[in-house]
Design a protein around this ligand. Structure first.
Ligand code: ZN
Ligand code: ZN
Length: 554
């Protein structure tokens, strides 16, 4: 509608309706026209549109917008950093109708010359397009895991397949997956290839397939797949060789022998046996990156990785007090039902006006409700937290006496994400120095496949957290997984505890905990170094201690 100069009141009406409906649980397809009209922010006109979409899949107006907009323009709307108003200028004034054309125009400097654009916007556009290109067809781990389970299920209908399993980055649980890699065992490779290609869900890429490898895509989402065929006798060997990173397989382990050479030398009944033959302890697939794990396995000092059962509570969650979908009580009861001992509620602070952040008087209301619920739900406990915005200069956005009213503070950056490394790092260091900061939230602000994080000096940030007794979050949302697992080992070495936080904005968000756990395990995270593996009483004592110190220093 913005592209086509629609009435701005009408546009705002739709934005408002979407904002309200996004937060609610109603099943729009189940409601009649009159019921739809009763919904918050939905008037007669929008109700009719929703009803039309529920009945026909698309509304007539929407159909018309699509018909009068080039497909490339619709795609451009996806790019971070340029809104519909700018896209309209690009389209109407430069005749740009695709990402490719936009990139050419930006690279030749034409975009910067447009009114309201400039060099900076042009650079943002180039970077956003490059980022998009580099990430096309990639998946974050949670989605890849779901799809690979589905694919394995489909393949299980082929009787010639004796065994099949995830391999490669998928088995190592990397945060971003560029193809679904599976190892498939069977006697007759030609037959395997034929049977897979015969399945409707798969489309083979003939030119890139080989006698032992089926390459192609899955379903209409065009998910790249690579299935490697092997015999039952060589299944363990190939699974091993196709799991570890190149580095993991290339480090000398026995005199001059590498794990790769050892695996090719003779056959082993299991991966455990293979590591044993190398004089090493068994290394879990997610650790096989060629980092610290080889030496640790030789010294028999591999960490005992944290497990789901070790996690005692869920910190950093939102409710309807800010931008969450479910009420505080719903969030608490569901957390309790899942078997956790405590919940940390961390709605947005007052600077986050876009997310309905809490002004001081609403903080007080929430604390009163928490007190009431804690009586009702005991011994389960809700801790009073807040996700306090880190302002551009590193300050938190409440006064000390308000900060002191919380049990704990998660400090996060949500605005002014474009900073150079030095400034962004200094901003975090200042926030870490604040005596009230308990946990540093999503340290880089990255959104995997969507937005690069702001650049930070990880070492300096981790060292500063060690010095000021601040915990670092592993944000468990599959799009974030921030702190990156590559820094987990360093943090642990420095004695910095890590908190696996789902940043849930609805009850279902708790189930992301598992992905944060996997990211932590990839970096060697143990129960001892996991903050939310502390029991209710232990973490309560930690919060209290930090708060007393802060009050003394404030
Ligand atoms: Zn946040
Ligand atoms: Zn949050």
């Amino acid at each position: 509608m913005e592209l086509h100069d629609e009435n701005s009141f009408k546009i705002r009406g739709y934005q408002n309706a979407v904002f309200n409906l996004d937060k609610s649980d109603v099943d729009l397809t189940a409601l009649g026209l009159q019921e739809l009209e009763q919904l918050d922010g939905v008037g007669k006109g929008i109700a009719a549109t929703i009803f039309e979409i529920a009945t026909n899949g698309i509304s007539e107006a929407m159909q018309q917008y699509f018909e009068s907009t080039p497909e490339g323009i619709v795609e451009l709307l996806d790019i971070k950093g340029i809104g519909p108003k700018k896209i309209k200028v690009l389209w109407k004034e430069l005749g740009i109708e695709s990402g490719h054309e936009l990139k050419e125009a930006a690279n030749s400097g034409l975009v910067a010359k447009l009114k309201g654009f400039g060099e900076k916007t042009q650079q943002t556009i180039i970077e956003a397009l490059e980022f998009k290109e580099a990430n096309a067809n990639k998946l974050h781990y949670a989605e890849a895991e779901l799809l690979s389970t589905e694919i394995l299920e489909v393949l299980s209908t082929i009787t010639e397949i004796e065994e099949a399993s995830a391999s490669g980055g998928l088995r190592r649980k990397l945060e971003v997956i560029d193809k679904i890699e599976l190892l498939v065992a069977g006697d007759d490779f030609d037959k395997l290839e034929e049977s897979i290609s015969a399945l409707e869900a798969f489309t083979q890429d003939m030119t890139n397939s080989g006698p032992k490898t089926w390459r192609g895509t899955y379903k209409e989402h065009l998910i790249p797949c690579e299935f490697t065929f092997t015999l039952s006798e060589t299944y363990i060997k190939d699974l091993f060789l196709r799991t570890g990173s190149t580095q993991h397989l290339s480090v000398p382990v026995l005199e001059k022998n590498t794990l790769r050479m050892l695996a090719n030398e003779r056959s082993f009944a299991s991966e455990e046996e293979l590591y044993l033959a190398a004089g090493m302890d068994y290394i879990a697939p997610e650790l096989r990156e060629g980092a610290f794990e080889i030496q640790a396995a030789k010294n028999h000092s591999l960490p005992k990785l944290v497990e789901m059962d070790d996690l005692k509570g869920i910190l950093h969650n939102h409710s309807t007090y800010s931008d969450g979908k479910h009420t505080l009580e719903q969030m608490a009861v569901y957390c309790k039902d899942l078997g956790y001992e405590y919940l940390g509620i961390c709605d947005h602070s007052k600077s986050a006006f876009y997310a309905n952040g809490l002004e001081e008087n609403r903080v007080k209301d929430q604390h009163d409700e928490i007190d009431r619920l804690n009586e009702k739900l005991a011994p389960f406990k809700i801790f009073k937290g807040i996700e306090s915005d880190i302002l551009y200069d590193g300050q938190l956005d409440y006064d000390d006496d308000v900060l002191a009213s919380f049990d704990f503070i998660v400090a996060s950056v949500h605005s002014v994400l474009k900073m150079n490394k030095q400034k962004a790092t200094q901003r975090l260091l200042t926030a870490i120095e604040n005596p009230f900061t308990t946990i540093l939230g999503h340290p880089t602000g990255r959104l995997l496949l969507r937005r690069e994080g702001y650049p930070i000096d990880h070492k300096a940030v981790i060292d500063h957290c060690a010095k000021h007794n601040v915990v670092i979050e592993i944000n468990a949302n599959p799009w974030r997984l921030d702190l990156d697992w590559r820094w987990v080992h360093y943090a642990i070495e420095k004695g910095v505890m890590l908190s696996i936080n789902p940043d849930a904005h609805q009850m279902n968000g708790y189930h992301h905990m598992r992905f944060g756990l996997l990211a932590g395990r990839k970096g060697g995270l143990t129960k001892e170094m996991t903050y939310n593996a502390l029991t209710r009483d232990e973490i309560s004592a930690q919060f209290e201690k930090k708060r007393e110190q802060a009050k003394a220093n404030a």
